[in-house]
Design a protein around this ligand. Structure first.
Ligand code: AMP
Length: 280
């Protein structure tokens, strides 16, 4: 497995691979890798990539001033070992300095149709940072396809739109959420949770399971179901940020819970903000 730190070196290498007819997959991450990330590498393998490039970069521009940029877990050595074992062929560890010139001034911005609600509304500038870094990674790695997790539902929706609207010449693959046997969606931020907070966090996947069962029984007005869900999460000890039912493609709010609708949840367990989702 190759290790790159310098975007220019990676770009030259990647271009040579493409010119030689090799298929490149990109797996963008912030590191502190877990089985969820590794499932994206496995998906890239299954899709027949010759080169699987995993980027590990805690991107400063997608964090708000009061968020956990400084505390975010970082362990390059463990990440490299996991990538190698999972079959990645290259790992990219850039630094903020070599990704952003001191006078960086061009950004990739979604106009709000998709990023104005949900996490985008609670984390101003977050998706501007995400879209910018992902566009940069696409230009550096020249991937035939990039793999994202359904875990970040709004993110994958926005990235797919960015690829369509900006004519990026690549495909987006979306991989399902990997969960602990308890139901808890794997996340690098789970490392912040105390035992009691982790117990509370189980309410998220429990709620989604219940909502799925409910949607199976036929359409239900969302308003009442939303209130009930909000209450349940609160009773479990979570501080709810949002409980939303949206169109699975456009993220537009829907009034009815039914099959095909995406339900997105965000809540704090202590100081840790967790997200989860499911398509009914
Ligand atoms: P992150 O390192 O949290 O920015 O995530 C990097 C990529 O891994 C994103 O595309 C996430 O959606 C994906 N991911 C994170 N957690 C999971 C999970 N539990 N299952 C599947 N994919 C995940």
């Amino acid at each position: 497995m190759r290790t790159f730190n310098d975007p220019n070196k990676l770009q030259r290498w990647a271009l040579a691979q493409r010119l030689a007819g090799r298929k490149i997959a990109l797996v963008p991450t912030m590191g502190a890798l877990h089985e969820g990330h590794l499932s994206l590498i496995a998906a890239a393998k299954r899709k027949g990539a010759d080169e699987i490039v995993v980027s590990v970069f805690v991107n400063p521009t997608q964090f708000g001033p009061k968020e956990d940029y400084a505390q975010y877990p970082r362990d390059h050595r463990a990440d490299a070992a996991k990538c190698r074992a999972a079959g990645a062929t290259a790992i990219f560890f850039p630094t903020p300095e070599n990704m952003y010139a001191p006078d960086h001034s061009v950004w990739m911005v979604e106009d709000g149709a998709l990023s104005g609600s949900l996490c985008g509304a609670r984390r101003p500038g977050h998706f501007r940072g995400v879209c910018t870094v992902v566009a940069k990674l696409f230009n550096i790695v020249h991937p035939n396809f990039a793999v994202f997790g359904q875990k970040d539902y709004q993110q994958q929706t926005i990235i797919r739109r960015m690829v369509r609207d900006m004519n990026f010449d690549l495909k987006i693959v979306v991989a399902p959420i990997v969960r602990e046997p308890s139901g808890l969606a794997l996340s690098s931020r789970n490392a912040y949770l105390s035992g009691a907070e982790k117990e509370s966090a189980l309410a998220l996947s429990r709620a989604l399971k219940k909502l799925k069962a409910c949607a199976k029984n036929g359409p239900r007005p969302w308003k009442a179901v939303k209130e009930e869900t909000w209450d349940e999460l609160g009773k479990a000890g979570l501080r709810v940020d949002y409980v939303e039912a949206v169109d699975a493609d456009t993220l537009a709010p829907v009034a009815t819970l039914e099959k095909g609708v995406a339900v997105l949840l965000a809540a704090y367990a202590g100081k840790t903000r967790l997200i989860d989702n499911a398509v009914m």
